[in-house]
Design a protein around this ligand. Structure first.
Ligand SMILES: *Cc1c(COP(=O)(O)O)cnc(C)c1O
Length: 429
């Protein structure tokens, strides 16, 4: 595609973008009476206009039905998660029975590891990416210790080669194969939060299984960002948060995937609670846990209606967008345009002021570009924010821009390029 770094070109791109009208379904934060250019959907997605209405409806239900709301009303709370399951499944390429909204991400990672990380003296190792999101590192280390193993021995981190920022698939696959004798689990991010690299989840799953291991993914940055086929890829389990690309609000509800291959495995450990108990007889309140079939059997506490209502508002917009294929088509163009305008800024300045560390190949990135800013990186970032551009900052010198195809426009990207140039020219004065 031939991009142009002009406002008229950006406006033409927006005019021919079938998803552009969805922008109006979101609320943009403001500063000094002007909306931000918001490129931070990778961290916290924007509020759907409809979020207030769905919350207000649930407050009405609570007010008018109170405890009867569990079984009465338009959409009784007892079964509310089933509506979400149907809407969520296409986002991650799963069957509705294989997904369930519940808890929050790191909590779910722990719950799933109780079931899927079953080390013994022979197979106890976990392979993960170096530089994974800290919560994942802490969760894995504590799980390993919980089973009486030493994280330094049990956790194998795959790091980029010297002088490189991202991982090569061959290095991941080879490391997995090298550990075919002692590997219990491969636990990878779908997309690395820092570099924005999207991993080859199908290849990693296949390699993990060939090595005799279980394969799970943390999809915090992948779910709602890139098309996923968790079922077809035979991924064993996954979990993700929904407040990033899926706009469910701060601390929004998390979600899990468990492949149906595991539904009949009764030997599986779990940390059980009453909400994972078989639904039809849950209120008999009897002794002896019997799991509800499917992902729902991993629920622990009673379902979180308010956070689900917020997530529901956003899921309906995904449905309206036609789910991940149209979103991905736009996302690839939007991110490519961002890459183009950043390179234009570098050309105008005559040096690589902004170094993009996210891989350029389509299949190796989602909606995020991570950029190393040379010189006073933090000063540049602060100037961008002062000028109404909100990306996010990662120590020591990385700015992440995450153009979300649901609500970002090509015009946003054009203005981003202009600002990236402007703040450097001002800096130089
Ligand atoms: C955002 C993110 C988290 C956050 O976990 P919470 O439990 O929702 O706070 C964890 N892991 C990864 C990879 C993330 O990107």
């Amino acid at each position: 595609m031939n991009f142009e770094n002009t406002l008229s070109f950006a406006k033409e791109m927006d005019a021919s973008d079938p998803l552009h009208p969805l922008r109006k379904e979101f609320l943009f934060p403001q500063q000094n009476g002007k909306p931000f250019i918001y490129l931070c959907g990778n961290s916290l997605g924007l509020q759907p206009v409809s979020a207030r209405e769905v919350m207000s409806k649930q407050l009405d239900n609570w007010q008018n039905l109170a405890v009867e709301g569990w079984f009465e009303g338009e959409s009784p709370w007892m079964y509310y998660h089933k509506e979400l399951k149907k809407l969520m499944a296409p986002i991650v390429g799963a069957r509705a029975e294989e997904v369930c909204p519940m808890n929050t991400l790191t909590v779910n990672l722990h719950l799933l590891m109780v079931s899927f990380y079953r080390p013994d003296q022979k197979r106890f190792k976990i392979i993960m990416e170096a530089g994974a999101f800290p919560s994942d590192q802490y969760a894995l280390e504590s799980q390993v210790r919980f089973h009486g193993f030493d994280p330094a021995e049990a956790i194998i981190e795959i790091a980029p080669r010297a002088g490189e920022y991202t991982l090569r698939t061959e290095d991941i696959i080879n490391t997995i194969a090298d550990h075919a004798d002692d590997l219990a689990l491969v636990l990878f991010g779908g997309i690395n939060y820092f570099t924005g690299q999207c991993f080859d989840m199908a290849a990693i799953t296949k390699a993990g299984h060939e090595a005799g291991a279980i394969v799970g993914f943390d999809l915090a940055h992948a779910a709602g960002n890139v098309p996923l086929q968790l079922h077809d890829w035979q991924v064993d389990f996954a979990c993700w948060c929904t407040y990033k690309y899926q706009n469910s609000g701060p601390g929004g509800i998390g979600a899990i995937f468990v492949h149906e291959n595991h539904f009949t495995d009764n030997s599986m450990n779990r940390f059980a609670g009453w909400w994972g108990y078989q639904e039809s007889i849950r209120f008999k309140m009897e002794k002896g846990f019997i799991a509800e079939p499917g992902a729902d059997g991993w629920q622990v506490s009673c379902t979180q209606v308010m956070p689900m209502a917020l997530y529901h508002a956003s899921l309906l917009i995904f449905e309206k967008a036609g789910y991940m294929d149209p979103l991905r088509q736009k996302s690839l163009k939007l991110t490519a345009y961002l890459r183009f305008v950043i390179e234009q800024v570098n050309s105008a300045l005559g040096f690589q002021q902004y170094q993009i560390i996210t891989p350029a190949e389509d299949e190796q990135h989602g909606a995020q570009l991570s950029v190393i800013a040379k010189g006073d990186a933090k000063g540049i970032f602060n100037q961008l924010v002062a000028n109404n551009l909100l990306g996010d900052w990662r120590e020591p010198n990385v700015i992440r821009f995450g153009p979300a195809p649901l609500y970002n426009s090509f015009e946003d990207i054009y203005h981003t390029g202009k600002l990236l140039l402007q703040v450097c020219q001002e800096e130089a004065l």
